[in-house]
Design a protein around this ligand. Structure first.
Ligand code: AP5
Ligand code: MG
Length: 218
């Protein structure tokens, strides 16, 4: 299956993607995680992306689209993928459509996670991610690590993302509404959007998402 996950910052895209990718046996591709991996490795791409991310702005399409295409062309993504955080504006969605068309492929569904803004703010405020791999995500109250400050998965140090400050979160929400939300209408016109509530326990949301995706592909 080829799926796009969409939803505001802190909706739980990364959290859900980990379970959905496992259940569906497809790779989880997060452009945010790819940028953070580049930043921690000190690559040129990471240096370019960091200033945009810290300000809560989108990294320019020229950088992002190439990176996403490159990841999607890896062998593990041959039979499908779960995109998290890409596309994030209409021109990225058009570029993705174009790439898939060239390969004779298409998306199966766009899963839209709906969460009220006050919940998003609580989720982001308590989020801790692993320094070794930012797809390992915890929350100080909702999903605490077994040992405080240490990743359950790989033993890495847990930290608060640089872009999780109150001011940057406000900016990221604004960018979401103005630049990312329009892709929901773009995909709705293609009949691909499935909206679910992302409120409730993590496993309840995963079940809701799996049920919605199986209805969509039936
Ligand atoms: P990115 O890393 O994609 O950030 P985001 O979209 O703002 O989303 P988040 O990762 O903040 O939230 P999430 O929905 O994954 O929530 P999570 O699962 O962690 O992008 C960062 C930056 O990179 C962008 O601002 C931009 O600069 C750049 N970028 C990335 N992609 C780009 C692109 N395509 N184009 C241009 N620029 C790009 O959950 C949040 C918290 O809630 C966690 O603590 C979690 O434990 C908790 N939680 C999750 N589910 C639940 C639940 N059901 N109940 C209680 N708590 C929960
Ligand atoms: Mg994420």
């Amino acid at each position: 299956m080829r799926i796009v996950l969409v939803g505001p910052p802190g909706a739980g895209k990364g959290t859900q993607a980990a379970f959905l990718a496992k259940n569906l046996s497809i790779p989880h591709i997060s452009t945010g995680d790819l940028f953070r991996a580049n930043i921690s490795q000190g690559t040129e791409l990471g240096k370019q992306a960091k200033a945009y991310m810290d300000a809560g702005n989108l990294v320019p399409d020229e950088v992002t689209i190439g990176m996403a295409k490159d990841r999607m062309s890896q062998p593990d993504a041959e039979n499908g993928f779960l995109l998290d955080g890409f596309p994030r504006n209409v021109s990225q969605a058009e570029a993705l459509d174009e790439t898939l068309k060239t390969e004779g492929m298409k998306l199966d569904a766009v899963l839209d996670l709906e969460v009220p803004e006050d919940e998003v703010v609580k989720r982001i405020a308590g989020r801790r991610v692993c320094r070794k791999d930012s797809s390992h995500v915890f929350h100080v109250t909702y999903s605490p690590a077994k040992q405080e400050g240490v990743c359950d998965v790989c033993g890495g140090e847990l930290y608060q993302r640089d872009d999780d400050s109150e001011e940057t979160v406000r900016k990221r929400l604004e960018v979401y509404h103005t630049q990312t939300e329009p892709i929901i209408d773009y995909y709705r016109a293609q009949g691909l959007v499935v909206t679910i509530s992302a409120l409730g326990k993590v496993d309840e949301v995963t079940k809701r998402a799996m049920d919605a995706l199986s209805r969509e592909s039936a």
